[in-house]
Design a protein around this ligand. Sequence first.
Ligand SMILES: Cc1ncc(COP(=O)(O)O)c(C=O)c1O
Length: 478
Amino acid sequence: MTVDTSRYDAALDAFLSDSSAYRATAAIDELRATDYSRLDRAGLVYMDYTGAGLYAESQVRRHQQMLLEGVFGNPHSKSPTSLTSAANVEAARLAVRTFFRASPEEYEVIFTAGASAALKLVGESYPFGPDSRYLLTYDNHNSVNGIREFARAAGARVTYLPVDAAELRMDPDMVRAELAKPLADNNLFAYPAQSNFSGVLHPLEWIDEAHEQGWDVVLDAAAFTPTNRLDLSVVKPDFVPLSFYKMFGYPTGMGALVVRRTALSKLVRPWFAGGTITLASVQGEGWHHLAPGATGFEDGTADFLGMPAVSIGIAHLESVGVDVIHQRVSVLAGWLLDHMNALVHSNGAPMVRIFGPRDMTARAATIAFHLLDPTGEAYDVHQMEALAGKQSISLRTGCFCNPGDGEVAYRITAADMAAAFAERPAATFQECQDLVRTATGKMPNTIRVSLGLASNFADVYRFIEFAEGFRDVVRGVL
Ligand SMILES: Cc1ncc(COP(=O)(O)O)c(C=O)c1O
């Protein structure tokens, strides 16, 4: 794609002169030119940070150097090479705890394969029973929705809190009314700090309110932590699942459950594995002793070679500063939203329909939307993704594993779903979309752009230029 440089320069000048908050983040421009130089070398506009963060080149180099210089054994032993690995695991645990300002007396860090694995640990171990509740919001990733299967299997009552169609937020009065009705035993409330669909930032005050009513709280922080400060010395959720590749790009396949010790002591593991026990007997069938703390929840051998990359990634994020990243992506997302809202066809019809808040009030830099033709029809999102790809723009399409927000955004009702799947369940995601579309005429997928650590003005500008390219283009002509 050829960028009109004088138009771009004028836009950049206007943007910079308007925004001292962005200018204050100029260190990230230098980083983009050095530690993320591959983006501009390849001419790529990356706008899927909620899907996966990007690693700095220095992170990989530091990790590689460690691997090249060190000798690392299985940490379940006392040899010098084992002790080195064990020390690396504990250093990463300390780095995570320090990053989130979580006191060691109050919080434990359990390493997992990612946020989903952390959520599964909670679901399978939480002592649900017939006198308990699982309360969760429509706005949730499927890995939080999935906990309902454990809750239901144990006879617990499962309740969903809806989001409103206008902004995809919960009604705070409704949340409070439900929180005021815990059952006798164990009650678990789950919501995301930031929506991975709409970018909505949900109130963290609900954590204390839930505690006052006797609930344990899962705060899904997977989408929140890459660009927002989660300070566990201030807010005190019981279970915090997260994935490191979303925070700093590398390594993949690693995450954590940051868990309050009081809540950890409630969990009952349904099995044991190598590495999780102090002792299990084969002949004395039926007994084993789970190791205390995180160890009892970390199955098998830790990713001891990947662990140093977690410490390196956290140090990188700290060196840039989460608050600086937050400030930068907020300013860029504000500009993006303003320009998306202002895009119109020659007949005055809007070119963009945003799902969720249309300004930066209590929202993050994750934006879900449709691009509309002059008659108000949405262009096919997969076609948009392919066309964006031709201009080297990486954006995201689909429902982002968040069916609750999706159903409300597209106005798909329970009756619509029943009609779509009356004859048979869908075998593939595509078939699912086709069935819903045929039965209801509604399109169950969205485009999402999201910003992160290495985003800059050129990225958002290039995206607006791409969207402008559809002015007055009728859907069928594409
Ligand atoms: C809010 C939220 N929760 C949970 C997850 C699951 O993360 P993972 O796939 O890394 O396990 C995601 C991933 O997109 C997410 O955005």
